[in-house]
Design a protein around this ligand. Structure first.
Ligand code: DNO
Length: 354
């Protein structure tokens, strides 16, 4: 296991590499070329510059989150092969830069979705929260505004204004894309990229849908154990793997995360570990990482990863905003640093107790 933190890159992340470097045990970051639109080629020089900046600070690049997938690939549009070709070139450039992990998602239109980005908690901290009742009544065209209003002025991953400005067009593209079609489009994409992943030893790690159910009538196909295992066997190559995101899978209380971890065996390449608190059916808020603050048993989760022999990067995931920090929602420095320490502590105890 390698403890990492996410870093959005120069000009986008208010947290500095120097700060991350001072979080004990964090030796690497998970980063990206944040300005890249889905479908754009990642040039070798751009990847090299990012890597250089990170390495100059004494950290390593533990992986990329994300190389986003163009809607033509997700919807299976005629031009998908051109976009897959570009994706393959990007993977090649990433592999040549000696980076071997790529996190991505296959969610239609919206990436992670929350209804409140700064819900006040009893201790005065703020956190991100979700209420299905709001989603059921809101016009999806207003989602971008709802998120942007609460973003503290930061661009949030997956909520790129350029793409979401075309929301009506995007919804129309997915009109006929039922879960089976979406699954087949994902399978097709993975089959095309696997030879490149094999050649450069790149682990593709799909991120589960967040929340783990369909929203706004859009298909979602990465929400539970059965769907994850179906995907693993549909493209049965070790480079087709998973980002084990406890905060996404954990939105559905029926998902038994330790059991999911066990069943995925060696196909977990990356772990996003955070806790959340179920407040009512279809409602949750993001808690501090520690078990006692939320609904997930973090010890059982970390133990399941440990028992699986997990040796990829882990990162503390969304944190609360604490100590007056005006951070990017979910990605402030302080609570994620606390999370990293706690998760590492669990791991150390498991290792020493073995
Ligand atoms: C949100 C993140 C997601 C994730 C993507 C992966 O904070 O967990 O945006 O990075 O879904 O492609």
């Amino acid at each position: 296991m390698h403890m990492t933190m996410r870093w959005f890159g120069p000009g986008y992340d208010p947290v500095t590499l120097e700060q991350i470097r001072q979080v004990p045990v964090v030796k690497g970051v998970i980063s990206t070329l944040y300005a890249k639109q889905p479908g754009e080629l990642w040039e070798k020089a751009e990847i090299a510059a990012l890597k250089q900046e990170i390495e100059d600070s004494g950290l390593t690049v533990a992986g990329i989150e994300s190389v986003n997938i163009h809607d033509a690939i997700k919807t299976g549009a005629p031009e998908r092969d051109n976009y897959i070709e570009t994706y393959i070139k990007t993977l090649k450039h990433i592999g040549q830069a000696d980076i071997h992990l790529v996190c991505y998602n296959f969610m239609p239109v919206f990436d992670w979705t929350r209804t409140d980005l700064a819900k006040k908690r009893a201790d005065g901290s703020t956190t991100m929260a979700y209420n299905q009742k709001i989603i059921d009544t809101i016009d999806p065209n207003n989602m971008q505004a709802l998120i942007e209003r609460q973003s503290n002025g930061f661009m949030l991953a997956g909520w790129e204004p350029e793409r979401l400005a075309r929301l009506k067009e995007l919804f129309a593209l997915y009109d006929t894309v039922n879960p089976e079609i979406l699954f087949n489009n994902l399978k097709y994409f993975l089959e095309q990229i696997m030879p490149t992943c094999d050649k450069y030893n790149i682990n593709m790690a799909i991120h589960p849908d967040d929340p783990a159910w369909a929203i706004f009538g859009l298909s979602r196909i990465v929400t539970n154990q059965e769907q994850l295992l179906r995907l693993m066997s549909a493209v049965d190559n070790v480079h087709n793997g998973v980002t084990l995101c406890t905060g996404s899978l954990g939105t559905n209380p029926n998902n038994n995360i330790p059991e999911i971890i066990k069943s995925l065996k060696n196909r977990i390449h990356f772990a996003h570990i955070r806790n959340l608190l179920h407040t009512a059916p279809g409602q949750f808020e993001e808690a501090a990482h520690i078990s006692v603050d939320g609904s997930l048993d973090m010890f059982a989760i970390v133990k399941a990863l440990y028992d699986n022999g997990f040796d990829g990067p882990i990162r503390p995931d969304h944190g609360r905003n604490i100590w007056g920090e005006k951070g990017m929602p979910g990605y402030g420095l302080y609570d994620r640093a606390l999370g990293a320490m706690y998760l590492y502590g669990l791991w150390e105890a498991l290792e020493k107790h073995a």
